[in-house]
Design a binder for this molecule. Structure first.
Ligand code: 13P
Length: 296
């Protein structure tokens, strides 16, 4: 056996899988997490990811930093990756408060241009440079209140991925679409349009958040069995767009009225890899319990 072929085989069998595992978030620093991930089975080696979305809250810097402070003691040995999407003016300060914890700071949106005469806009590189490791794109409130189309959402996803950050692409059907039985179709369209032009390689930094619009801020949690079926269908669509290997590695979060009472059951579903939490992320004890979920 020549040294070249030994080296080749070492790269193929050891280095490449290891690097893939790191890129897809399959390797996470906490031993607790690793144990938790292993019990989810070989096909589901996806590190759970709980994210908070503060939206346009709280209303002052002081309130934001004290909310972040109160999360610190609750972020001991977490069973998952955790991030919170905070309003732009508070990103630096909240990142400072959370430094040294496992809670990452994220942006809620970015503009798809790099820089220039775009009053009020914030670039991906700007939020990255103040400490964000992810940005959301396509949240339903951005789509409905600010008019972000699928094309705009797609430009944002690609712009986020031009940095080193991860992108959380939010998709989800409205109540009318849900009642018309169009859930899977709507999600498939938002998914393929949102990911248009995103390479297979970059999918290691993409997270999908399934947020049924009718469940956001309404107290109506999508029943976990229904959410599981939708997540399965989203994963099948990812397999069509990319490959089954990529589909198996991408994390799909559920969002919509998640609370400490619903998180455990949601997280016990095989295709629900995390949650995107709005209202409950503004109450430290609630978000603390959610990020320390126990699979039911
Ligand atoms: P709620 O948890 O308040 O329903 O919000 C969900 C959401 O929109 C997270 O992005």
């Amino acid at each position: 056996v020549s040294p070249v072929s030994t080296m080749k085989s070492f790269i193929m069998t050891t280095l490449l899988p290891l690097s893939y595992a790191f890129q897809t978030g399959r390797v996470f620093q906490s031993v607790h997490t690793r144990a938790k991930v292993e019990v989810r089975g070989a096909m589901e080696m996806r590190t759970p990811f709980i994210a908070g979305n503060w939206k346009e809250n709280p209303v002052t810097l002081q309130d934001a930093t004290s909310l972040a402070e109160s999360l610190k003691p609750l972020a001991g040995s977490l069973p998952c990756e955790v991030g919170i999407a905070v309003p732009y003016p508070f990103i630096s300060a909240v990142a400072g408060v959370l430094e040294g914890t496992d809670i990452q700071v994220m942006a809620q949106s970015i503009h798809f241009e790099d820089s220039g005469a775009f009053t009020g806009a914030v670039a991906a590189t700007m939020v990255e440079s103040v400490g964000c490791s992810y940005s959301l794109a396509g949240h339903s409130e951005r789509r409905s209140v600010f008019g972000d189309s699928d094309a705009v959402v797609n430009s944002k996803v690609k712009k986020i991925l031009e940095t080193k950050m991860g992108a959380i692409l939010c998709i989800g059907e409205t109540q009318g679409e849900f009642e018309a039985g169009l859930t899977n179709e709507v999600n498939a369209i938002q998914l393929s349009k949102g990911l248009s032009g995103v390479s297979a390689e970059d999918m290691s930094r993409v997270v999908i958040a399934y947020e049924p619009v009718w469940a956001i801020g309404t107290g109506l949690v999508c029943p976990s069995d229904t959410a599981q079926l939708v997540h399965e269908s989203i994963r099948a669509q990812l397999a069509k767009l990319y490959s089954s290997e990529i589909a198996d590695s991408v994390r799909i979060q559920y969002g919509g009225s998640v609370t400490p009472d619903s998180v455990d059951e949601l997280m016990s579903k095989p295709d629900i890899d995390g949650c995107l939490v709005g209202g409950a992320s503004l109450v430290a004890e609630k978000f603390g319990r959610i990020m320390n979920f126990e699979e039911a």
